[in-house]
Structure formats: structure tokens, C-alpha cells
Design a protein around this ligand. Structure first.
Ligand code: MN
Ligand code: MN
Length: 312
């Protein structure tokens, strides 16, 4: 009788069935502090798809994360009980059904008391996630790291939802606290000046990549800490990183953050009242050598480390 487990932390990274960081794959949330949830959905994508393969690839890339965060001096899984909850049951041909399923699954997890970390999927998944979090915590403070505003008007009038519109609706639905929404890393060609003005009118504080590079990440983080007074939700679009570091994404924009700057940005959120996180837009078919998925897995690990510091 072979008593080697089928998966888990005792195996070599290249062995076993890949769950996030080799965590137990289970829907039993008893005493769980953190649940990792995949949303393999990319039908909110307006250009090139492929992010439905994101959660699985990020899980695979996470197998090489050994567990100790030497920069933050914490071993998150020592203080936190975390599980890999698996994926939301998405319907690739229906964004509306999928959004309902996301809010429902996220709501179940949040009701158990666990903090939710979600792996996308395209950015349309963040609206139903915000709905679930606002149901529990009330309107949230939102840190949104992205190349794109994602506050556009519906591109397709009959279906308002896409990966370009989630924050317009989140603002309109009152899911975000007034004056506590920052978009960081914004760049790239837009249809006109109106796009930025429109986002500002809706209530976004736009921090362009130019501002990040001029002031440095530290200055931007000071503003984040000064502004965010409520429960803080963090959403990271991997296209905030430069395509040189994160080519595996659907809508790449040149002149972005380095991997290190993105790590710094997330690490610098330490001390905020962090209540939820998602990482979206990893599209493995466009990746090279898995570098985008590896960056994504490490960003998630950075956030997990912050949660451990918060409770530990
Ligand atoms: Mn986005
Ligand atoms: Mn984007």
C-alpha cells in the first residue's frame, strides 16, 4: 500500500494534482481563513480571449512557491488555514448567468467567514465579486491596478456587461465608497479625452503610469493609505505589468509596471483593512515560458502574506 498522498505540500512541486500552492482542494470551509477560487471565464473579453485557462495555469505556476515570504518575514500558511475551493461553475455562453453564479459562490464563501482570493478569468468577473463583498461589508474602498479604466459605456448595448465596464456599474450600484477608488497604472490609446474625464466624473482617482513613474511607487502608496478608510478590496489586472513581463494577456499595453513595481505596489498595501482580492486577465495561450502565470501566482502569494500579517 502506497501511502503517498495524491497531492499536497509534502510532495515535490512537479508531483501530484495541482491545487493553489498545493493547498487542500476542498469545499469544506470549517475554520478556513482564506479560500482560493477560480473563475475560468473569458466571454466578457472584447478582443482576444483565453483567460478561461488562467486559473489552472496560475495554480500550476504556484506550485513552486515554497511558503516563506522573505521580504515580509512571514510564512502565511503557518498562521492562516487556506483551502483551494475549486472553480465557479461558469457558463461560457452567458455572461449574465455566470455573474449570478459568481456572486452566489462568493457569497457562500464570505458567509463562512473566510476571506476570498479569486483567480480570473477576464475583468468582468470583478463586478459580481464586488456585489458579494458589498453585501457582506457594505461599500468598499477599491484599489484597482490596471492599464485600462474599465469604466466604459457598454460596447454592446443589449448586454451592458463586459471586461471593459465592471467599474462603471460598481460605481453606479454604490458598491464603492465615495472618493475611495484609485485606478493605478492607467495608460494606452483611448478613444478620446472623454474616457478619462468620464471615469473621473464617475468618481475615480486616476493614477496614470506616467504619474507612477514620475513620483515612484512609494508616493502612490502614501496616497492609497491616506485615501482608503473603509474595508479595502484589491483588484489586479495583470496587464498593468508591461507586456515584457506579462505578455500572456488579452489586451496588452506597452510602457507598464515592471514585475518588481507590481510586487512593491501589492506589498505596500500592508496595514490596510484588506477584505478581498482578485487577479484577472492572465491568458496562457499568449504567454511565453509561463512568465505571466508565474508573476500572477507570486502576486497572489504577496497578498496572502498580507492577510497573514493582518491576522497574525
Ligand atoms: Mn481590467
Ligand atoms: Mn486591463
Amino acid at each position: 500500500m502506497n501511502d503517498n498522498p495524491a497531492f499536497g505540500a509534502n510532495l515535490q512541486p512537479f508531483m501530484g494534482i495541482p491545487s493553489f500552492m498545493r493547498l487542500p482542494a476542498t469545499r469544506d470551509l470549517k475554520d478556513a481563513d482564506v479560500a482560493i477560487l477560480g473563475v475560468p471565464f473569458d466571454s466578457g473579453t472584447s478582443y482576444r480571449s483565453g483567460t478561461r485557462f488562467g486559473p489552472r495555469k496560475i495554480r500550476e505556476a504556484s506550485l513552486m512557491i515554497w511558503g516563506h515570504n522573505a521580504a515580509l518575514h512571514v510564512t502565511p500558511l503557518k498562521t492562516l488555514k487556506a483551502v483551494d475551493y475549486g472553480d465557479v461553475s461558469v457558463i461560457p455562453t452567458s455572461i449574465e448567468h455566470t455573474m449570478t453564479a459568481i456572486t452566489q459562490t462568493a457569497g457562500e464563501i464570505l458567509a463562512s467567514g473566510a476571506t476570498l482570493i479569486t483567480l480570473g478569468g477576464d475583468h468582468s468577473i470583478t463586478l459580481p465579486l464586488l456585489r458579494a463583498h458589498a453585501q457582506k461589508h457594505g461599500p468598499v474602498s477599491l484599489v484597482h491596478i490596471d492599464a485600462h479604466l474599465d469604466t466604459w459605456e457598454a460596447e454592446f448595448e443589449a448586454v451592458p456587461y463586459s471586461h471593459g465596464t465592471p467599474f462603471r456599474y460598481a460605481l453606479q450600484e454604490g458598491l464603492i465608497r465615495e472618493g475611495e477608488y484609485m485606478q493605478i497604472g492607467i495608460r494606452g490609446p483611448v478613444s478620446g479625452e472623454n474616457d478619462y474625464e468620464d471615469a473621473r466624473q464617475l468618481g475615480a482617482r486616476i493614477v496614470t503610469i506616467h504619474e507612477v513613474m514620475e513620483k515612484g511607487v512609494g508616493e502612490i502608496l502614501k496616497e492609497v493609505h491616506a485615501r482608503m478608510k473603509g474595508p479595502v478590496y484589491v483588484t489586479v489586472d495583470i496587464d498593468s505589468a508591461d507586456p515584457a513581463y506579462a505578455p500572456g494577456t488579452g489586451t496588452p499595453e506597452v510602457g507598464g509596471l515592471t514585475s518588481y513595481q507590481l510586487l512593491q505596489l501589492v506589498r505596500g498595501l500592508r496595514g490596510l483593512n484588506l477584505i478581498g482580492f482578485d487577479l484577472v486577465e492572465v491568458s496562457p495561450p499568449f504567454d511565453h515560458g509561463d512568465i505571466t502565470a508565474i508573476l500572477a501566482a507570486n502576486i497572489v502569494f504577496e497578498y496572502l502574506s498580507l492577510l497573514a500579517l493582518k491576522t497574525g
